[in-house]
Design a protein around this ligand. Sequence first.
Ligand code: FMN
Length: 210
Amino acid sequence: MSYKKSDNTYKNNLTIPKKVCILMGSPHKDGNTAALCKPFIEELEKYGVKTKYIFLYDLNINPCRGCYSCQNVTGKYGCVINDDVHKIMEKIIESDCIVLATPIFSWYCTAPMKALLDRHYGMNKYYGSATGSLWKDKKVALITTNGYEKDYATTPFEQGIKRLCKHSNLEYIGLYSVQDKDDLASFTSSEAVTGAYNFAHSILDRLNSK
Ligand SMILES: Cc1cc2nc3c(=O)[nH]c(=O)nc-3n(C[C@H](O)[C@H](O)[C@H](O)COP(=O)(O)O)c2cc1C
């Protein structure tokens, strides 16, 4: 499918409304990653997507204790830790697509996002008496900002997420990454913003495809 970049027009409207949950892992509400999320979200909403933007640093997200209790709870997330992860998982379950937006920190996502990713266990019931999945077939996309060049900076995180998607029967649909060459200016340039629009269009295509 092709897009007119100059006037930022997307070809197809959504056939049915879809929900996209953006899990924002930057510590900065107005930083580089937020600057990319803004046009991306605006573009999705322009074409009828309902978005939920969750700022992870504001929430209480504890690390997984590896107790496996969630593996014996069918039909529910079932984690024994009483924190904000339960409401995040509810939002993920309601969504068609999950976008992980994060600065790259030490070749991976930031700590609250990593803690949340580890806490995915209760979404898959693989290792106990419970069966089923709470998120099978959802789409997953990545937005990263990084100091190093894209491939060098993002390959470990992207590989990890691709494997998590395969393991969890999720559909990985791609990465948008911009390098931090000149602080915020790198992310508010017309090239970066057009890239965010185009990435939103590619998500719209994938949401339209099923
Ligand atoms: C603690 C820390 C670790 C970082 N580690 C990496 C890294 O491993 N690779 C990389 O490319 N950039 C790294 N960076 C640079 C950030 O990813 C980059 O500046 C990003 O755009 C910051 O986004 P923000 O404004 O949303 O926080 C690191 C920055 C910090 C503060």
